[in-house]
Design a protein around this ligand. Structure first.
Ligand code: FES
Ligand code: FE
Length: 449
């Protein structure tokens, strides 16, 4: 199947066969060629502020510990005891002086070095080569405005070239909000398992706005409409997803210049969102109004000299598996979602919530409420997606149906019909240009032996 990938992933014609979402062999090879090679997000520096602070996460299916060592350096270590493979860290997060394995009691420092073994002198007679038996570190770690990326691949392209300049511009300005003081990560995170290959969810977040307005989320949109018509400010439900102005869909790093890093996104360019934010801010008080106005000015500065003035970035995906969500408005928290593979037909969704660091508390509180009650496992949006995935898995599991390709042809041939003058390549929204790019990147990595 892997040899035949080119036949079943014809991204140029918008055709992708379901085999890549179900086949065990593809899944096995993908672990080596995608997850063992890519730069993957593993956390945020806010999660590990002090020496000894740690979180646990996954790179593909490999459990890792992200920890700040005594010298203040952030390390990413495989969470697997070098003695016999037990996990040495059993919790999601905390602060420790080191890690002690619960099987035979070997202990490791914050830098991963083996520091001792029970009854070491008596049993190992001074012959245990401790320097050789530390925890395995990942090959490279980078802190990008607080977001921590890691790769297992010693020969992976440098992070600066993995992340091309276009993708960097969007990430810095609209995702991480660096001109606005950056983001604040809220403690803890939320996670759930769902049916569906990890790529199915990723292609959903990279730009499938089609499903939002056409079918899956219409009940949510109708509910919001009702609230608005009744003049009820929407206290608990995620901000309306529709805009009066134009929206564009595009990819940075995916515009044919061969950059290895793909980032799909949906961009909104209009005044109506700003006006809506302002109206809401007026209800929240003068501090909120000041923030919304200040924010608008900063964004206009950024757009100076450009024909299009982007106000927000709605959703996107940093290839391969970190989704970005909720960037319409400062009244929305940002969600960073990781889709960890768990076998060909299941994934685990991890969701972190972030707010704009310098926003007033009333704005942050509203944003957080909306994250938790919207695109969340128990919110009013995500369960509708999960239901679709469940049925797709049931229908797609029988191998007889793996080769008839699915249709990814929305706006095929119209990819360049968006505005010029902004980084990346913007086309119309909704479209499937980002999904096509996603499978192009995936195929490139899978074909590199
Ligand atoms: Fe960890 Fe034996 S497996 S000490
Ligand atoms: Fe959805």
């Amino acid at each position: 199947t892997v040899d035949a990938l080119r036949e079943i992933v014809d991204w140029e014609h918008g055709l992708v066969a379901p085999a890549i979402h179900f086949d065990e062999e593809v899944y096995r090879v993908e672990a080596e060629r995608v997850f063992d090679r890519a730069w993957l997000v593993v956390g945020h520096e806010d999660m590990v502020r002090k020496p000894g602070d740690y979180i646990t996460n996954y790179m593909g299916e490999v459990p890792v510990i992200v920890v700040r060592d005594a010298q203040g350096e952030i390390r990413v270590l495989v969470n697997k005891c070098s003695h016999r493979g037990n996990q040495v860290c059993l919790f999601d997060r905390g602060n420790v002086k080191g890690f002690t394995c619960s099987y035979h009691g070997w202990s490791f420092g914050l830098d991963g070095a083996l520091t001792g073994a029970p009854m070491e002198q008596m049993l190992y007679r001074g012959e245990l080569d401790k320097a050789a038996w530390g925890l395995e570190p990942v090959a490279q770690v980078v802190n990008f405005h607080g977001l921590l990326f890691a790769t297992f691949d010693r020969s992976a392209p440098a992070f600066e070239s993995w992340l091309d300049a276009d993708a960097r511009w969007w990430l810095e300005n609209f995702v991480l909000s660096t001109p606005l003081g950056g983001l604040e990560m809220l403690p803890g995170w939320h996670r759930y398992r769902s049916p569906g290959n990890w790529k199915l969810v990723c292609e959903n977040f990279i730009g499938d706005d089609y499903h939002v307005y056409s079918a899956t989320h219409v009940s949510w949109l109708a509910m919001i409409q009702d609230f608005m018509e009744q003049g009820v400010r929407i206290p608990i439900i995620t901000y309306p997803g529709t805009t009066d102005g134009p929206m564009y869909e595009g990819s940075a790093g995916g515009n044919g210049r061969g950059a290895p890093m793909g980032m799909g996104m949906v961009v909104a360019d209009n005044d109506s969102l700003f006006k809506r934010d302002l109206a809401e801010a007026q209800e929240l008080g003068p501090e909120a109004v000041d923030w919304v106005e200040y924010r608008r000015e900063k964004l206009l500065e950024l757009a100076q000299g450009r024909p299009v003035k982007p106000y927000s970035f709605m959703n996107g995906l940093v290839y391969p598996n970190m989704a970005l969500m909720g960037f319409f408005s400062p009244m929305l928290g940002r969600h960073f979602q990781m889709f960890h593979p768990r076998g060909p037909v299941e994934h685990e969704c991890w969701q972190w919530t972030m707010v704009e660091r310098d926003a007033p508390q009333v704005v942050k509180d509203l944003a957080v409420q909306r994250v938790y009650q919207g695109q969340h496992g128990a919110g009013v949006i995500a369960p509708d997606d999960v239901e679709n995935f469940e049925r797709m898995v049931e229908a797609g599991k029988p191998a007889r149906s793996w080769r008839r390709p699915f249709h990814y042809g929305l706006q095929l041939g119209h990819e360049d019909e968006g505005p010029k003058g902004l980084p990346g390549n913007l086309g119309p929204n909704p479209s499937e240009v980002n999904q096509r790019q996603f499978y192009r990147f995936w195929l490139e990595m899978m074909e590199r032996s």
